[in-house]
Design a protein around this ligand. Structure first.
Ligand SMILES: [Zn+2]
Length: 181
């Protein structure tokens, strides 16, 4: 392997997702392996699990971390997920919630239109394709006779993390309550 390839490989590995747990094993966030290794060097975390791959620097070869646990507790009492366009699309699986199409571009629809007092809240915002959004216009789903495919809820953080799991992240599963310990 040439030096150049080695660096490229390191680069993509260092962008791999790492699950960050609080001191009490509560999932807190997801960061890149690059950040996790940095936190490890600073003695801020303990590495609980590693991927099979190794990363190389001029002086050190080490396993790529997969799960790290903070050494100091972070008081992060909101277990919510940030309300954002991206997270609404994730919650709705990039599916129009009126006609179920998976082909975008999508808009974020206010179920009760904003002009009629509808709020910017998880329960009032859904993914909609542009034709549905146009058809519905300034009406409620009842008025437009466009029932929602499912009742929109505020996602919890655990569900949010679960969407990140790929094949190489099976070691995360016990920490996200997908499997018994
Ligand atoms: Zn649609």
């Amino acid at each position: 392997m040439t030096m150049h390839n080695g660096h490229q490989k390191n680069g993509s590995l260092l962008n791999r997702s790492v699950l960050v747990l609080n001191t009490n094993y509560t999932p807190l966030t997801i960061c890149t392996a690059r950040r996790a290794i940095c936190l490890d060097y600073l003695d801020k975390v303990d590495v609980l699990e590693s991927y099979g791959e190794e990363v190389h620097s001029p002086s050190v070869t080490r396993h790529l971390p997969s799960i790290v646990k903070l050494r100091d507790f972070v008081n992060f009492n909101s277990m919510g997920v940030a309300l954002s366009r991206r997270n609404i699309l994730l919650r709705d699986d990039h599916n129009c919630q009126y006609c179920a199409t998976k082909s975008g571009p999508f808009t974020i629809d206010h179920i009760v239109p904003k002009e009629r007092g509808g709020s910017d809240a998880w329960e009032n915002l859904v993914t909609a394709c542009q034709p549905c959004n146009r058809t519905k216009g300034n009406r409620t789903p009842d008025e437009a006779n466009m029932p929602l495919k499912r009742h929109p809820r505020k996602p919890n953080r655990i569900h949010y993390f679960q969407q990140f799991i790929k094949d190489h992240q099976t070691s995360w599963r016990p920490y996200l309550f997908l499997e018994p310990f």
